[in-house]
Design a protein around this ligand. Structure first.
Ligand SMILES: [Zn+2]
Ligand SMILES: [Zn+2]
Length: 355
């Protein structure tokens, strides 16, 4: 199979069209393959990256529902009776403290959901079909003076038939080889690889933060209720209605369960980032090389310093970018050059889908 042929399983595709072209007086046979291009998918020719796995999509919806429930329980059940003030019209409104907590909790939940969406819809680092091995340094010099006889050998993946760079692993759910694949996460319905590792970390971090925030609010309200026993304030801080109790109990279970889960994941990912090794790499017995280089690989490099803390690390809107001249080295493959980028250009780490 040639490197430009589609490898999607299912309906057989039309046979490649063959035609003659003239190239400076030389006639060559050129094969043109017809490819199926979906609006969403994980194929190299699909317009937008999205895993159409039913189980993964269901888990992603559950994640959004859990965050929505957290917002409902905090902003509609927990805060209004506790941090409310009765106005002159006799209606209770949220106090300034209440509004501050409402905005803070909503912002954290929103950042968690946006990070999740970005992690789910970003190409995790799938190897494109026209990828080829990086030329050796000596080969580059030989090529420059026209001495290179044989191109570097191309190791192909047995399952997707694309070039398999040294740090790529094949994912059977995405059906692609992914650069620096950590694992396929059902909660984000995507592989976690070099292209979306930052978004995945932000999703876990903001989810952990919202769980801790809910826990602190629940405990504080309970303590305030306990301290205010027998006083007039008790009516507002304590849970008088059974539906309040059920919802706060639901929020407590959710916060404890997912708070513990995400905290463990953060500690686990800490190791992955600083060792620059994924779970798969560690299982294969690879060794550590350059401790802080892992941070730069996850969050990108700006102004030549990838290890200095930056505010955009916390933003789910900022992509992990690398200077154009080191991107191929980070990915472990190169592609046929169409328009050479300027040396100062910053490019996203994810290889663009073929257009
Ligand atoms: Zn593969
Ligand atoms: Zn995958």
């Amino acid at each position: 199979m040639s490197s430009t042929e589609p490898f999607r399983r299912g309906k057989p595709l039309p046979k490649p069209e063959t035609r003659m072209v003239e190239d400076g007086g030389d006639e060559r046979m050129v094969k043109r393959a017809t490819v199926r291009r979906q609006y969403c998918g994980t194929g190299p020719f699909d317009r937008h990256w999205l895993n159409l796995d039913c189980c993964g999509l269901f888990c992603a919806l559950c994640t959004y529902a859990l965050h929505a429930y957290g917002v409902y329980a905090v902003c509609w059940i927990l805060l209004p009776p506790w941090m409310g003030v009765t106005g002159e019209d006799g209606i209770r409104h949220l106090s300034w403290w209440g509004r501050l907590h409402e905005v803070g909790f909503n912002a954290i939940a929103l950042f968690a959901v946006i990070s999740h969406f970005m992690a789910m819809t970003t190409d995790p680092g799938a190897v494109p079909p026209d990828a080829k091995p990086l030329p050796e340094e000596s080969s580059q010099q030989e090529e420059a003076i026209g001495l290179l006889a044989d191109p570097p050998t191309k190791k192909l993946c047995r399952r997707c038939r694309s070039f398999k760079p040294p740090r790529a692993h094949h994912c059977s759910v995405c059906r692609r080889c992914i650069i620096k694949m950590d694992h396929h996460c059902p909660w984000v319905n995507n592989c976690v690889g070099i292209g979306n590792h930052k978004y995945f970390l932000l999703f876990v971090f903001y989810t952990m933060l919202s769980c801790l925030y809910s826990l602190v609010l629940i405990i504080t309200r309970f303590a305030t209720c306990h301290a205010g026993r027998g006083k007039a304030v008790r009516h507002y801080t304590c849970l008088d209605h059974p539906t309040q109790l059920v919802n706060i109990l639901g929020l407590l279970i959710e916060a404890v369960l997912f708070g513990m889960f995400t905290s463990c994941m953060i500690f686990d990912q800490w190791d992955v980032i600083f060792s620059k090794l994924t779970h798969i790499d560690r299982m294969k017995g690879h060794t550590v090389s350059g401790a802080l280089a892992g941070v730069a690989e996850v969050f990108g490099v700006h102004d030549g310093d990838g290890t200095r803390c930056r505010m955009d690390w916390l933003s789910p809107f900022a992509k992990a970018c690398f200077p154009a001249q080191v991107r191929d080295e980070v990915l472990g493959f190169c592609r046929p050059v169409r328009t050479p980028p300027p040396s100062t250009e910053m490019t996203p780490v994810v290889a663009e889908q073929i257009i």
